[in-house]
Design a protein around this ligand. Sequence first.
Ligand code: SF4
Length: 491
Amino acid sequence: MPGSKHRLIVQDPPHGEPPPRGEESDRFHDACGVFGILGHPEAANMTYLGLHALQHRGQESAGIVTSDGEHLYAHRAMGLVHDAFTQAQLAKLPGGLAIGHVRYSTAGGSHIKNAQPLAVDYVHGSLAVCHNGNLTNAEDVRDELEARGSIFTSDVDTEVLVHLVATSREAALEDRVADALSHVRGAYSLLFLSEDTMIAVRDPMGIRPLCLGLLATATKDASVVASEPCAFDLIGATFVRDIDPGEMVIFDRSGMRSIRPMPKADEHACIFEYVYFARPDSKIGGRSVYEVRKAFGRRLAIEHPSDADVVIPVPDSGVPAAIGYAGEMKVPFENALIRSHYVGRTFIEPQESIRHFGVRLKLNPVESVLRGKRVIVIDDSIVRGTTSRKIVKMVRNAGAKEVHMRIASPPTQWPCYYGIDTPTRRELIASSHSVDEIARYVTADSLGYLSLEGMLTAIGGKNTFCHACFSGQYAIAFTPTHRRQMRLVGV
Ligand code: SF4
C-alpha cells in the first residue's frame, strides 16, 4: 500500500494456466514484445493498447508495471492481453510511467512466476524490467550470483539483470544498468522502470528490434518505446526512429538522452522478423515488413518458377510473399485458404473421422478456386513439416490437380538462441532431409525454397543480418555451459 515501507505493489494472481500451443508449435515463435511510456496521464491504458498491438509477439502472459513517482504498481497474468487485464485492474495501475510485456516462453517455462515485467524492491528503491531476447550466458551468470547468495524467484534469464543492477556499485541507475549489461551476452531489447526513470536499451548487435515514438498529450509529448511501430499506430503516436544497436536511451524529469555504454559490434538484426515475426504493417530497420515479404516472393518466383493456374498463400504471413510471387509469375493470386480468426482453446478431442482437425480449426479451403487447378502454395517457412503436409493434403482434397509448395525463406536448419522459441535441431525437418525428401514428406508435387543469397539480395544486399537459423553462422560465441546443453539436446 502507498505509505508502507514496501514501494512495490503487486496484484498478480497466485497462479495461472498457459494457453495450449497446438498447431502453433510447428512455427518459430517470437518470444516477447515490450512497450513503455513516460509522461502520459493514462500510462497504464496506453500500455494496455500498445501490448494489444504487439500480441502477435507473445500470447502466454502479459504484464504492466506503472509508477506514480513514488511507488511501482504491478499486474501480470497468464493469457492474452484482454484476458490478463480488467478495467478494474488497470485502474489500480496509476501514474504517468509504465512498461509492459507480452511473452511466449523461451528461457524459463510457461508459468506466472516467469511473466514479465519482473519487479522488485531493493536498496535503491523499486525496479521493474522487461526483455525481448535471450541472454546466452545467463546460466553462468546465475550460477555465480547464486554462489554469492542471490535468491532467484523465476526461471527467466532476465532475472540475472535485476540482481546485477541491484549489486552494482555504481550510483546512478543508468550506470548500474550499463554495469549489469557488461556482464551479459546475447540478444536484448530491454525496458527498465524505476520510480521516476525509464531506460530503453538494445544489444550491441541490434538482434531484436526496438523503436522510439512520441505521443501528443494536452500538455506535452509523451515518450513511447515499443518492439514494433505498429504499437504506436494504435495509440496515435508518431514513429521517431529505431533505437540503434548498443544504444541506451534514458527518459526522466530532465528529458531524454542517449548514451552508448557498450563496446561497438557488427549489426546482426534478426532477418526472421521480416520473414514471419513482425507485423506486416510495421517498419523495422527503415524497411516496410510488407514490402520486404513481397520482395522475397518476387525473388522466389525468379529462383523457383512453376507452371501453374493459381498462387495461394498460407495466411496470414504467406500473403505478401504470395502477392510478390504471383505478380512476378503473372499468375492469378487467390485467397483460397480461409483463416478462422476466432480460434481459441478447444476442449473436445478430435474424432479420427475428422481429417486434418487441427489445421482445419484455423484454415479451410475454397474448393471453387482449387478444383482442377495447378496450385502454388506460398508459405513463409517450414519448421517440422507437419503443418505443410496437412495443408498440401487439404488443397489436394479440395480438388487441386497439382500442388507445388514454395517457401519464402531458406530451409530452417538451426535453432535460435537469441530469443525465439524453436525446436531442437533434430526436430527441424530441413536439418536432416533434402529438399526432395521434404517435398515427398509434405506430399507436394514440387518444393522450392528461397536461397539465402536471394533473400539478402531481396532485402537490400547488405549482410547486416543474423541468419543463423538458416546458415548456422551464430554471431555470439557460445559459453561452455551452453555447449554442454546443446550436446544434451542433440544440437
Ligand atoms: Fe532471427 Fe534466426 Fe537469428 Fe534467431 S537465429 S535471431 S530467428 S535470424
